[in-house]
Design a protein around this ligand. Structure first.
Ligand code: FAD
Length: 452
């Protein structure tokens, strides 16, 4: 203890390392239902070299290191389950380069999504990145470490499919580059070198992402959102199939929620249409509603909702106060689009049983290749009974995802164990070898993806 703190101060500078309870306090909690877990130290490096020095120190001292971006992933993923150093990466927040014509941005991993969005809006208004629906403080690195997805998931896929290059600090302290940047050719592509990508989706358990080149996409000036509503959940997969076939929408999200009451048991598809002119928007609208969705409208099973504040596509954070007292956590999963009706029915049943208004949402990923499906459970932080209900509902939902043949996304430890128990034995064995090879002293976010 006595040698670690002065060493951290030596690496990151006075004022950026601490072992004081009052400063460790915020690092011991996250926004969800997890019990507090205390780190022994916090350090906030400014550079990849400082990260490397900290990891070397941690290996010498055999002390865990838990990277932290915005801490918005819920599910306890950035909590120091086994103590050690909370590595706060938010100071690594430089936007290094935006290549307008090459459509990419090179950023440090601690850059928040909000910061990148604002920067692009001001400096490069023709470009956008795929921003998750998370609070703006969520970081680029943290989102990639859990395979996040944003508002360009349809048609471009997971945010981790939009990487042109990465810099990673390995658990043993070496700084590695991946992609064209590894051969000094700039940050414009991740391919075609041999694939050595072992870091995405690992929650930092195999290394720390310190720099990323992210693909950018055209930002269209004219934007419109329509909500298509049906009563029968069984229609949602075919509606999404029709719309992804047409391929004219920027974002497609299906959702149902108990609040506001008039939307209860209705199924909404939010359809985002963008264009360079009003005429382009109008053409797309007509193709969507007068051609693709006409049969539902004419047969009276579906219609267009007037978009009001109350019924716009829910940002799941809005459901956080439904129990009053402010708290929510959700299970995310990656599912086939065809699973929507069953996901809705089983999720609504769990919510009802736990006295929580249901919020169920699925965002299309790719050309309908999958859906990120989430079930949110609100609780009142001051009322332990509601927290317990939410926790139980989360666990039951993890089990449902496995039952339905889906994959839990950004699973908490409980969900990670379900997935590892079902994992192909050879794949599991490879994961163990990778972990041991990269992190021989098991210092990196121990307790997460615990494959030993
Ligand atoms: C209301 C709400 C809505 C959300 N909507 C979405 C959404 O639409 N799409 C989506 O993808 N997510 C969503 N999320 C989940 C989450 O907030 C985001 O994925 C967020 O981008 C995670 O980034 P973070 O910086 O907060 O990560 P953190 O919570 O800080 O970290 C996530 C994990 O990655 C590790 N980690 C952090 N930084 C690094 C790094 N640089 N290198 C290696 N490992 C690292 C941490 O140890 C932890 O295990 C939502 C969350 C909330 C609360």
């Amino acid at each position: 203890m006595d040698t670690i703190y002065p060493s951290l101060v030596h690496i990151v500078g006075e004022g950026y390392a601490s072992f004081r309870r009052e400063e460790l306090f915020t690092y011991s909690k996250d926004l969800g239902t997890s019990e507090p877990k205390w780190p022994d130290y916090v350090a906030a490096p400014k550079t990849a070299e400082q990260v490397a020095e900290i990891l070397k120190l941690a290996n010498r001292e055999k002390v865990p290191v838990v990277p932290l971006g915005g801490g918005m992933s819920l599910a306890g993923l950035a909590l120091p389950l086994k103590g050690g150093i909370a590595l706060d990466l938010k100071r690594m927040d430089r936007i290094i380069e935006v290549n307008e014509k090459g459509r990419y941005a090179v950023v440090e991993a601690g850059v928040s999504h909000g910061k990148l969005t604002a920067y692009l809006h001001n400096q490069h208004p023709h470009l956008m990145h795929s921003e998750p629906g998370a609070p703006p403080a969520a970081t680029i690195g943290g989102n990639l470490a859990i395979h996040g997805q944003g508002d360009l998931a349809h048609p471009y896929g997971f945010n981790t499919d939009m990487i042109n290059g990465m810099e990673i600090v390995l658990p043993t302290g070496e700084i590695c580059k991946f992609g064209s940047c590894a051969v000094g050719a700039g940050w414009f592509t991740l391919h075609p070198l041999p694939d050595v990508g072992l870091f995405l989706g690992w929650n930092g358990a195999t290394g720390i992402i310190t720099k990323v080149s992210l693909r950018l996409f055209p930002y269209k000036k004219f934007r419109e959102m329509e909500i298509f509503v049906v009563e029968d959940e069984n229609l949602i997969p075919e509606i999404l199939y029709e719309l992804t076939h047409l391929g004219l929408t920027e974002d497609l999200v299906a959702f149902s929620s108990a609040i506001p009451p008039f939307s209860d048991r209705l199924h909404h598809v939010s359809i985002n249409v963008t264009g360079d002119s009003e005429a382009e928007i109008e053409l797309k609208r007509r193709l969507i509603f007068e051609v693709k969705l006409a049969k539902y409208i004419e047969s009276g099973v579906g219609g267009i909702a007037a978009v009001s504040q109350a019924i716009q596509r829910p940002q799941v954070s809005k459901s956080a106060d439904w129990k009053k007292g402010g708290g929510f956590e959700y299970v995310g999963s990656i599912m086939p689009v065809s699973a929507y009706p069953e996901c809705y029915r089983r999720g609504a049943e769990i919510s009802t049983r736990h006295h929580i208004p249901y919020t169920i949402l699925g965002r299309v990923i790719g050309c309908g290749h999958a859906m990120m499906f989430s079930w949110s459970y609100a609780f009142n932080r001051a009322d332990e009974k509601t927290v317990r209900h939410a926790r139980e509902a989360l666990h039951e939902t993890d089990n449902i995802v496995m039952d339905l043949g889906g994959v839990i996304w950004k699973p908490a430890v409980f969900g990670q164990e379900l997935l590892l128990a079902k994992m192909d034995v050879n794949t599991l064995s490879l994961m163990k070898k990778i972990k041991l090879l990269l992190d021989p002293n098991n210092i990196m976010n121990p307790g997460n993806w615990e494959v030993d």
